[in-house]
Design a protein around this ligand. Structure first.
Ligand SMILES: [Zn+2]
Length: 477
C-alpha cells in the first residue's frame, strides 16, 4: 500500500533508509523525532501519509521562506493542487481565502511567525489536523546553531490545536538538541529515528594558510579539485569579492534579488555554472546530486552548520571532498558575528527606558534611528513585547553568547584536531568512530583529487603554525 503511493504519486521505486519507519510511526499516530541526513528524502516522510488517510490536514512549519516556496512548487509540479502556504508574502486577502478553504487542503505550509497569529490559530483549531510537522526542528533548541524564538512557542501552540501527532525533522542534532526538541514540543514517548550523520563518500580536509596567502591557495586548489564546486564564505561582500577573481564563478547570497537567486540556482543545478561562491543562504532545499567539492573559505560557527553545508557534496553517493581553509584570526570574525546578533547593553537600556515611559516601538525606532528589520533589534523588541525585564534580557543574552562561543570553540577544536576528523565529528553527535578508506587528511589515505602533497619540512611548518593558532585562539575566544 505504502509502496503503491510511493510509486504512483512520488515516482520512486523504493524507500530510502529510515523513510518507512517514520511513515509507519506517523500512520500509527505516534509522535516522532527523526534525524535524517540532508538529502535523505525528509519531505516524503510527511507528504506520503496523507494519501493513506481519508481526510485531515498536514500542517508543516518551516523556518525559511525559500524552503516553503520550493516545497510548494515541488508538490504542485507533481499535480497536487490541495496545497497552500501562509507566509509574510501572502496578502491579507490571500490569507483570508486560504483560511476559509483550509479544511479542503491536504498540506498547509506555515512560517512560525504566521502560526503565532491568534486568528490563524483559532481557524486551525476548527479543522482536523492529522499531522503537525516541524521541519528544521533543531531551531527549537537554545543549543542548536539556528535557535529561533518563534520555535519556542510551537509546543504551547500545538497543545492549543488539540495536540495533533507531531513529526519533528532535522538533519543534525546532538543528544542535547534531540532532548530539547522532545521537551520543547511536549512529545509523548516519541518514536526516535536517528540515522548516522556520517557521510562515507565525503573526505575531510583542513588546510592551514597565512591570511595573505588564502586567495592564492584557493586558486591553486580550484585547479585540481573536481567540480561542480561550492565555496562557502561568511559574508556577502566576501562572496562577491572571491567570485570576481575566480574565472567562471558566480556568487549567491540573500542580498540578491529573488529572481537573480533563482536564475543562478537554476544555472548551477543544470551545470551551466560549475563554481558557486555563496553564503550560508545557499543550499537549503537545493537538490543537486553531483556536487564534488565543498570548500569553506571561512569557517562556519558550529559543527552542525559545517556538516549541513558540507553535506551538499556527494549526494549521489560518489566520492567528494570537503576542504576547510583556515587562517589564524578567522575565528575573530565569527566571534564578532556572534556579538552582532544581540543588542548591546546600552541599546537594551535605552529602548527599555523609552518603553517604560510609554513610547511606542514606532516612535522609539524613529528617535533612535533603529532599523526595524535589524535582527538584534527584532529579537529585543519581541522579548520586550513578551514582558521580559531588562535584567532578564541581558541575562538571557549573556547565556546565549556563552553557548555560541562554546560552539565556536568546538569548531576550532575540529580544525586543530590532529586525529581522525570523521571520528571527531561522529563523537560530537554521540556516535562511535568509523574506520574507512579515503577518510581525512589526518588519516592520510586520500586517493582522488586530494590536494595535500606536502614535504616533510612543510609538515613541520604546518604543525608549528597549528600550535600558534591554538595558542592565539585560546586567548581570543
Ligand atoms: Zn579520518
Amino acid at each position: 500500500m505504502m509502496e503503491d503511493v510511493l510509486k504512483k504519486i512520488f515516482r520512486y521505486d523504493q524507500f530510502r533508509d529510515g523513510q518507512r519507519e517514520i511513515i509507519e510511526a506517523v500512520l500509527a499516530g505516534r509522535d516522532t523525532v527523526a534525524i535524517l541526513p540532508t538529502g535523505g528524502g525528509k519531505s516524503i516522510c510527511y507528504q506520503l501519509p496523507s494519501y493513506l488517510q481519508s481526510d485531515g490536514l498536514t500542517l508543516i512549519l518551516s523556518p525559511l521562506l525559500s524552503l516553503i516556496e520550493d516545497q510548494v512548487m515541488q508538490i504542485k509540479s507533481r499535480g497536487e493542487r490541495s496545497v497552500a502556504k501562509l507566509t509574510s508574502l501572502e496578502s491579507r486577502e490571500q490569507k483570508e481565502q486560504i483560511l476559509r478553504q483550509v479544511d479542503q487542503l491536504r498540506y498547509l505550509y506555515l512560517s512560525p511567525e504566521q502560526l503565532a497569529v491568534p486568528q490563524i490559530q483559532r481557524r486551525l483549531a476548527e479543522v482536523k489536523i492529522n499531522l503537525f510537522v516541524v521541519d528544521e526542528a533543531h531551531c527549537i533548541s537554545q543549543w542548536g546553531h539556528e535557535f529561533r524564538t518563534d520555535y519556542a512557542k510551537l509546543g504551547p501552540i500545538r497543545r492549543g490545536l488539540g495536540n495533533p501527532p507531531c513529526l519533528a525533522l532535522t538533519a543534525t542534532a546532538t543528544r542535547q538538541v534531540e532532548h530539547d526538541i522532545i521537551a520543547g514540543l511536549s512529545l509523548e514517548q516519541p518514536e526516535r529515528i536517528r540515522h548516522s550523520v556520517n557521510r562515507p563518500e565525503i573526505q575531510f580536509i583542513v588546510e592551514h594558510t597565512d591570511p595573505s596567502e588564502k586567495d592564492a591557495v584557493l586558486q591553486t586548489r580550484l585547479k585540481t579539485v573536481n567540480r561542480p564546486c561550492v565555496i562557502y564564505t561568511t559574508t556577502r561582500k566576501e562572496a562577491e569579492r572571491i567570485a570576481f577573481f575566480l574565472p567562471h564563478a558566480a556568487y549567491y547570497h540573500a542580498g540578491l534579488e529573488a529572481e537573480d537567486r533563482q536564475l543562478i540556482q537554476q544555472q548551477f543545478l543544470h551545470d551551466e555554472i560549475d563554481c558557486l561562491v555563496c553564503t550560508s543562504a545557499f543550499g537549503m532545499g537545493v537538490n543537486k546530486g553531483n556536487v564534488r567539492t565543498v570548500i569553506h573559505y571561512t569557517m562556519p560557527a558550529t559543527i552542525e552548520a559545517y556538516m549541513q553545508e558540507v553535506g551538499r557534496a556527494g549526494r549521489d553517493g560518489q566520492l567528494s571532498t570537503a576542504i576547510l581553509l583556515f587562517s589564524p584570526g578567522d575565528q575573530q570574525l565569527q566571534h564578532f558575528l556572534v556579538d552582532k546578533q544581540y543588542a548591546s547593553v546600552l541599546w537594551i537600556d535605552q529602548v527599555a527606558r523609552l518603553r517604560h515611559q510609554g513610547e511606542s516601538f514606532d516612535a522609539i525606532e524613529r528617535r533612535l534611528r533603529l532599523d526595524p528589520d535589524e535582527p538584534a533589534y527584532r529579537l529585543l523588541k519581541s522579548q520586550l513585547m513578551e514582558g521580559k525585564t531588562q535584567e532578564d534580557i541581558i541575562g538571557w543574552q549573556e547565556e546565549r553568547k556563552k553557548i555560541r562561543l562554546r560552539e565556536l570553540m568546538q569548531m576550532i577544536n575540529y580544525i586543530q584536531n590532529t586525529s581522525c576528523r570523521r571520528a571527531f565529528i561522529l563523537q560530537h553527535f554521540g556516535e562511535p568512530p568509523i574506520i574507512q578508506d579515503r577518510c581525512c587528511d589526518n588519516c592520510g589515505t586520500l586517493t582522488t583529487d586530494a590536494p595535500l602533497i606536502e614535504t616533510e619540512t612543510e609538515q613541520l611548518d604546518w604543525k608549528r603554525r597549528l600550535e600558534e593558532v591554538f595558542f592565539s585562539s585560546r586567548h581570543s575566544v
